[in-house]
Design a binder for this molecule. Sequence first.
Ligand SMILES: [Fe+2]
Length: 504
Amino acid sequence: MANNKAKELVAQLANAGILVSSDIDISGIGTIDIGLLASKIIEYMKGQQGLKIVDNSLLRLIVDELSVEKVPISTEAEIEVIRKSDFEPAAKDIDAIYSISAQSVEKPDGTVDSFVNYFRDRLEQIRHIVEGRSNLVGLLRSIEELKNYMDGREVAIVGMVNSKIVTKAGNVMVILEDETGSARVIFSRYRSGQGSMLESAERIINDEVIAVKGKISGQFVIANEIVWPDVPIKERKPTKEHVAIAFLSDIHVGSKLFMENNFVHFIKWLNGGVEGRKDIAGKIKYIVMNGDVADGIGIYPNQDRDLAIQDVFLQYKKLMELVRIIPEYIHVFILPGNHDAVQRAEPQPQLSAELMGEYKPDNVHMLPSPSTISMHGIDVLAYHGTSLDSIIGALPGMSYASPDKAMIEILKRRHLSPIYGGNIIVPSKHDPMIINSVPDILTMGHIHKNAISNYHGVDIVNSGTWQARTEFQVRQGHIPTPCLLPVYEADKGTFVQIDFNTEI
Ligand SMILES: [Fe+2]
């Protein structure tokens, strides 16, 4: 069939005096009409002098242009077809109960003062969390005070990790800093009562705030225990009302690899138009869309080759055309990610009204990343998860196959982006990435890999993606899990995953 199409294209172009290169590959033209393609090529060639030959790069250029024009936008009539009048969703008659809390997003000023204040705030807030831990009571000292004590004295200090090195003797030395000075803390390779401290030291990352217990020895503190801020065990009661929260991220509208048919299938399911798990579909009262909702433009070199929609405004228009088919009794919270058209530094502000234009329905809410959304009493901390790259790179045992492990490390550190420089952060008076109050659910995306876990009673969910495997992911060996929808059934307190790769 491709051969017939190629012959037809060659014939139509020959009539206009245009030659076609013998190695032409038309497998990428999709559903584009040959007549339309030929007329576009003829139009393009009009201004050309000399021999007119169509090669593969010119063909790709024109196909890309035509793909942009062919972006289907759903019409009111199509929306009506999707909505099923005989569908009686339980969530329709339940009032939405939600509130949002997010740190205000300050404009970066980049002064030395703002960085000093930012790190000081991080130290103070996390020290406040960690100093209540029972194993530190009575031992905590400021770093300046250490010089008043004799060798062998047991102390504990809280500080920010400045650096970590392996000494010539094979021990690990960590420089910890507080407002009063810096301390050299040694993690010995020799086994003590609790085993070698080297393994614990491996888990220390730059710029995080930790407490260390140890004994003074000259100018050093010899560590015997590290205390991370961590989270207490949390319990939660199921909701009385039959409501559920669906989690999505990394939709990447505008990418050629956005799995639009599967996404539309999901929206049809929400509208009762798909058989299978209608009980869950009818219970969904809230949807969290956690960043990379559009593919954006200029995010990485030559991204334009991977885009079906080259105009960022059209990407968001297309997103909204899809989102507005979601039933209006469902509240949709949209946060930005590193691909979205807002400032890349975190916290990221909400997507602008300008981008959403007149298409944003009232049940759709734009939020900064991170934000805490309380829905029917369930506190969900949502953050796109851009910092996961630096956590996976820095800690042993982490991988792109299990983003939940990295999310648990983030929770233990009570900080969404502990490694400064691993991810751009706006320095401000208050560190907005600190996890001050412990959520019921921590959700992220970014990794394109679904994962559900639980740590100390906090549910951890990575909501995967709606984009097929990219060339970059093939090169990196990452295997995404597209179109797998995690849903939290708040009345049961459990998660279920609905697979939209196949008919459900
Ligand atoms: Fe993404």
